[in-house]
Design a protein around this ligand. Structure first.
Ligand SMILES: Cc1cc2nc3c(=O)[nH]c(=O)nc-3n(C[C@H](O)[C@H](O)[C@H](O)COP(=O)(O)O)c2cc1C
Length: 355
């Protein structure tokens, strides 16, 4: 959290507003984080924790930490090196990186900077030719996983961003060509595609039939990001997705007041171990990671903190963020008597969440 004010100081007001904003009164942003305070940790004694192992396996790949860098768009708004700095940090820490479809750098140079494949997040748009263009490009770039984001309907009431933008005296058009904040038309992942028919980045007409069609198109693993109910999780599995991310986009899209941690148990119950369930939203401490794992998450994503590190210090800032999570997770695992990630389960927490 100490990086947050440093990032704020480093960024122009509008870019800070873009990073920090939720919607309406930003109460879902707070709810995500506050929920972790309603879960307590039960420590076991007389467990040999002299060797601890924080590694997790996802789709056959072993990662040294369950913490991954979730999709954060337009990272050159936070640092001139943008996604390349984040990717290098992920590389030096062998961390899983989910690249935003709306990134300011395309997947090929990002994968090169990462030194290995990255997961590709997908905003499909309402034009199937564009959907397939992005998916095929990501697959050609070696992405082993496509992550379809389903919680970002067009139009959001991001008042914190709007207020901050009014405080920003700079001329947007100096950098935003044609004053375009429309990422579909400026994000390099869509370049070379005919965008003339695109009206929405997440089609507001999206249904389960769309998911089936996408499932047929995607030849690698397909994960759905933005699921917050057990019913939808159950249907995702029935529609043959390979994984689910419990996410409300960091409280940026809808003011539900329902934290993702609160949503996690019903999704874990619905999925019954058939596919991995990941979670993001408000994770700010190693103990938060521990609690999400104890509630059944297979891995834990961080959004804003990576951008705080990036804005404040570039690559080394993102490395610092990853290091802090790793160090704190190791400490609580030792203290709680859980030498491995597999050892962390419901017995190690008391949940005062309403679910
Ligand atoms: C500035 C910013 C941009 C984001 N861009 C995307 C995006 O392009 N695609 C996406 O699926 N999620 C995006 N997210 C959501 C994150 O992937 C993640 O779900 C969320 O940030 C987690 O909450 P946290 O910020 O509290 O860690 C973005 C979040 C932020 C803060």
């Amino acid at each position: 959290m100490d990086l947050e004010p440093l990032a704020r100081a480093a960024l122009p007001p509008a870019h800070w507003g873009y990073l920090a904003t939720g919607v309406d009164d930003d109460r879902t942003v707070s709810a995500n984080h506050d929920a972790f305070s309603r879960v307590e940790i039960r420590s076991s004694r007389f467990v040999d924790v002299s060797h601890s192992d924080t590694s997790v396996k996802l789709f056959g790949v072993t990662w040294p930490s369950p913490v991954y860098l979730s999709a954060v768009s337009s990272q050159r708004a936070f640092h001139p090196d943008g996604e390349l700095a984040t990717a290098r940090a992920a590389g030096t820490r062998s961390a899983l990186l989910m690249l935003s479809n709306a990134a300011s750098t395309a997947v090929e140079p990002v994968a090169e900077a990462r030194g290995g494949p990255v997961w590709m997040q997908l905003y499909p748009t309402d034009d199937w030719a564009v959907t397939s263009g992005v998916v095929r490009r990501a697959e050609r770039a070696g992405c082993p996983v496509i992550v379809l984001t389903v919680d970002n309907m067009p139009g959001r009431n991001n008042e914190t961003l709007q207020r901050a933008s009014r405080l920003d005296g700079r001329t947007c058009t100096d950098c935003h060509i044609g004053n375009s904040h429309d990422f579909v038309h400026k994000a390099p992942m869509y370049s070379g595609l005919d965008l003339s028919r695109v009206k929405e980045h997440t089609p507001s007409s999206i249904t389960w039939e769309f998911l089936d069609r996408l499932r047929q198109l995607v030849s690698v693993k397909l994960v759905v990001k933005g699921i917050v109910t057990g019913e939808d999780a159950e249907r995702c599995v029935a529609h043959r997705v390979d994984g689910i991310v419990v996410s409300n986009h960091g409280g940026r899209n809808e003011e539900t007041l329902r934290s993702t941690l609160e949503c996690l148990p019903e999704i874990i119950a619905a999925v019954r171990g058939r596919v991995p369930v990941l979670i993001d939203g408000g994770v700010r401490r190693g103990t938060d990671v521990f609690k999400a794992l104890a509630l059944g998450a297979a891995a834990v994503g961080v959004g804003r903190p990576q951008a705080w590190g990036l804005a404040a210090f570039g690559q080394s800032g993102v490395e610092a963020v990853l290091d802090i999570y790793s160090r704190e997770l190791r400490v609580i695992m030792r203290q709680a008597g859980t030498p491995t990630i597999a050892a962390i389960n419901r017995d190690h927490i008391v949940s005062r969440l309403s679910t």
